[in-house]
Write a protein that binds this ligand. Sequence first.
Ligand SMILES: [Zn+2]
Length: 420
Amino acid sequence: MKEIKVGNIVGKVGKIVYDYLEVLEHPVGTIERLPVIIAQGVNSGPTLWLTSNIHGNEYTGIPVIHRVINSLNLEELKGTVIAIPTLNPAGSRVRTRYPYYDRKDPNRLFPDGNPFKEKPKEGITETSEITVDEEKKEEELTIKTEKVVKISVDQEDKEPKIVDPLAIFDNEELYPSVQEMIWKNLFEILKETADYLLDLHNAFIKSIPFSFLDRVLYNPDVEDDNKKAENLYNRTEEMVRAFGLTIVRETTPNKYIQKKLHRSTSGAALNYLRIPSFTVELGMYLDIEPEVVDAATIGVFNVLKWAKMVKGSVEKITSVPVIAENEAVRYIGHPRTKKSAIIDLKIKKGDFVKKGDVVAVARDIFGRPIKDDFEIKTEVDGYVFMINEGILRYPNEEICWLASPDTQPMVDKWPKKSRK
Ligand SMILES: [Zn+2]
């Protein structure tokens, strides 16, 4: 039987092990630690990772993990469930999205699998080429030598290069943040143990529970990488479908990289570790909805059944609405206000809107219609699956989020010219 280890925490066959993984020593001496549960079945099989609360004010995943762990029958379980009920105890402690020790989105800091990212350079090799025409070359080089610190001419290609001796200290990529380092270590553990990963989140207060289906990206310069990506996508899609909630496709490759979504927990598990993984958004943040906890618990067991870790067939989710079944939809923030306004919604979550439908009307603080932007209409068809909080909107802010028909490929190339 395979030994399951999370850091120094060792799983026990037929038992549930509860312990903490130490991840950081604070400057004041206290230790940051993640609660880890290893539930190892009597029979061997794959390992499913369940993580939640990486955003400290998103709570639904915590009771879902409690319910799943407390309902497991280890005599029947094939394989292991590893659960981390909170990936962000620091944010959770103070009820904020981000941890107080690293004020960046922790769900954008996992290892970067993009083969075309700019790699941090070792040593003093940060160079910028200067373009000079051949005739002026000598003259200019002389001038530049006087002005700039140093010019080295590569003997191979005769390309003049300016060497900036400060560049090594000035390259942020050489200094990953503390959270990035924690995730790098956690991913080493994931790499050793995980076959599947499911990361539990919450979205807007008015949102229907749904699963994100990410695109699988491949390196066109690597032989058969597209075929492997196709396989990985098919298995991921099956797993997301087995879970049983509404499926919303993630954005397209360029925007995915721009928004660092490939460095989210599930994005990195999928596109860097190459294991079937996805994010579930379990309705409102800041609180929990019991019917969503019910639905997600069924969903996790559906995945366990799909992975043949638990016997039985997939159970249909009925406690929350499941929309866009058998449709390929992707999210867009739409429509948006042109001017600052107080909005009066004409739709509710779960509605289907058609191009030209009025989604909201916009008034000023006196209650008068906003000139030229009173009726805010959708320009595309789609399901209203999330509505931004509150009645105030600034210019260009979304009224809501639509799940609209998507025609883009789900297996695609890593973009070569992506920039952060
Ligand atoms: Zn979240």
